[in-house]
Each structure stands twice: as C-alpha cells, then as structure tokens.
Write a protein that binds this ligand. Structure first.
Ligand SMILES: *Cc1c(COP(=O)(O)O)cnc(C)c1O
Length: 343
C-alpha cells in the first residue's frame, strides 16, 4: 500500500485538554474548527466529550451543524462567525449559539430567532471579529437584557507572553465588560498559559489540545509514517528530482517515499526536513513533488519499509519552522489521502 499512515493519539489529545482545563478554575471549552485542526471532527469531538468537554467552538454554522450530529443534544456549540445571512435555519435546527459580531448580526438574530441563545464577540484591539467599543456601547443594554450565554474576545499576541498588547487587550476587555454578569471568555491556548488574569469564566484552547505551541508541555498527538515505494543506487554526478536541484557527490542510495505537497508536506520545508527510522535521521534530497519525496538513505544499515516525517523525532512545530510557517498550518494542511488511525 502506497498510502501514508497518519496516527492520531486521542489519549494524548484528551490529556492535553485535561491539563489545560486543570489550569483554570472553570470548565474549559474546546475549539474544534476546521475539522478539529485537520485531525478529524468526529473522532476528536467524541473523545473530548467523553473526557468531559461540554462547550465546543467552531468557525462556521455548517461546522456546528456537523458537530451537533456527532454530539447529539446537550453540549453547547458556539459559532465564532456569529449569525450570517443564510445561517438561520442551521442555527435554529442544530441549536447552535452564534457569537454575534455586529449590530447587523444582532438585529438578524433578534428578528429571525427571537429567544434563541447567543453570545457576543467584542473587538478589544485585534480588529478581526467582534463589536467595537462604540457599537457595543449602543447595544449593550439591549443585549444584556437578553442574557447572552457568553461574552468573548480574542487576543492577538497571546503566544508572546511579553507583548504589551496582552495587558492592553485585557484592560480593554475588563472595561468593556465592567458590571456584566454574563460569563466571559478571553483566552485561547496562549491566553490560558498567560495565567489566571486571562481566564475569566471559560478558556477556549485549540492548538494546545492538538499538541502544538505555545503549549510547550503538550503531548505530541500526530505521527506520520510514509511508505518507501522504491530504492535505487545513484552514481556520483547523477541528480534527483525536478529541476536537478540535488546531485550525488558519492555513490548514494535514494529512497522514494509516497507523500508530497498534495498531502500538506510543504515544498519549502524540503531543504531542512529529515525523515526518521527508529534511531536515525535521513535527509530529503531534491524537490518535494506532489506525491513523492526523495530521501538519501545511504547511511542506513537496512532498507526501510517506511520513514517517519512527524513524530517524536520531529514535531509539528519543528516542521512548521522548516517551512517558514506555524504548527496550525501544518496540522490543517494534513492531506485527505492519508490512512488515518486513531489510538
Ligand atoms: C481559533 C480560535 C481559538 C483557539 O485558538 P488556539 O490558539 O488554537 O488555542 C480561540 N478563539 C478564537 C476566537 C479562535 O478563532
């Protein structure tokens, strides 16, 4: 079989959530947008619900409707994008809680689903989603009278503990929510790690649950093993791959493995990424193709049947650094072709 195997350790994943949950006084939510950061909404949400998660966050109403089918009635499903035109039926039928981002969304919600639960998203400086101070000022009394389920905002620089932006946003969030009795939420993974000042009534970790930075102590969740299709000898002067970017300097053994940039293995990581056996590292040679990667296995005593790209030797964040990106992008780019194994 030429299909690479992506193993997802649900025990490590739920353990990460439990540890983030234990850092704060109240029950943590869990962010499962984008197919649970590419790891599989059904398996991840079931595991988190079994571990005790009761409040889930998704980006869009469609994701929320899919999640409701998985979880059944009971758990709270909050939608970051709020109540968009066209979302009303989904929000109503799937019992989703939109985080309303504007006066427009508030009006739409009140008119189309009166009495249906909602939350409020406030902009405290990131300028991405949420009501700004003036908008909130105008709406505050009306909104609070309807008893919002959550009032939330999002930090722009929480992965940099020393960034002055964190304290500024915290201060703004406190000012905008002074006197409010509704539950409040400011922190994602980074904010959870900033300490109790940032926790309020609920934290919303995503990446830390999936084993990524800034949760330094996270247990790794994903392993990617890629089968070797073919191994060949190349003589000095011969080249490997598109564009002849690698030339053998000495007699070499080259393994061709069965995964490529169509599977989320970003071409830019090629020059720095390695593949691993149990005990050895072997370098990528030549350009990463759509479905194939060349690996110099000259140094190995035995011919490998597969090589590991992600796992205990090389983390999601290490690969991200090699590709000039972040762990979030590596995870959410993981390909649809992998055989996914949950353990
Ligand atoms: C994605 C997201 C989260 C989770 O962020 P992580 O950094 O992955 O923990 C929390 N809140 C909002 C608004 C988000 O968009």
């Amino acid at each position: 079989m030429a299909t690479a195997t992506l193993s997802i350790d649900l025990t490590a994943l739920t353990d990460n959530w439990r540890r983030l949950n234990a850092m704060c006084g109240a029950l943590a939510g869990a962010v499962v947008k984008a197919d649970a950061y590419g790891l599989g909404l059904k398996q991840v949400a079931d595991a988190l619900a079994t571990a005790g998660a009761r409040v889930f966050f998704v980006a869009a109403a469609e994701e929320g409707a899919a999640l409701r089918k998985i979880l059944g009635p009971g758990p709270v499903i909050n939608v970051f994008s709020g109540h968009m035109a066209g979302d009303t039926d989904l929000i109503g039928q799937a019992q989703l809680t939109p985080m309303l981002n504007s006066i427009d969304q508030m009006s739409r919600h009140m008119e189309t689903l009166p009495g249906h639960g909602f939350g409020i998203q406030l902009d405290t400086g990131m300028n991405r989603l949420g009501m700004e101070a003036a908008e909130w000022q105008a709406l505050r009394d009306l909104a609070l009278a309807q008893k919002p389920a959550l009032i939330m905002s999002h930090l722009a620089c929480a992965d940099e503990p020393d960034a002055p932006m964190n304290a500024r946003q915290l201060q703004t969030f406190r000012e905008m929510t002074a006197g409010v009795t509704a539950p409040r939420s400011l922190a994602a993974t980074g904010g959870t790690l900033l300490g109790p000042d940032y926790h309020f009534d609920m934290v919303r970790p995503g990446i830390g649950v999936y084993g990524g930075l800034p949760f330094v102590d996270a247990k790794p969740v994903v392993t990617l093993d890629v089968p070797v299709i073919q191994i060949r000898d190349v003589a000095p002067g011969e080249t490997v791959g598109y564009g002849n970017t690698w030339t053998a300097r000495s007699p070499s053994r080259i393994a061709t493995i069965s995964a490529g940039y169509a599977d989320g293995i970003i071409r830019a990581m090629g020059p720095r990424a390695a593949l691993y056996t149990e005990s050895s590292a072997v370098p990528v040679v030549g350009r990463i193709s759509m479905d194939l990667i060349g690996v110099d296995v000259t140094g190995l005593a035995e011919e490998p049947e597969s090589l590991q790209l992600l796992g205990r030797h090389q983390s999601v964040d290490t690969l991200a650094e090699f590709a000039g990106t972040i762990g979030y992008e590596i995870l959410t780019s993981l390909g649809a072709r992998y055989r996914r194994v949950y353990c």
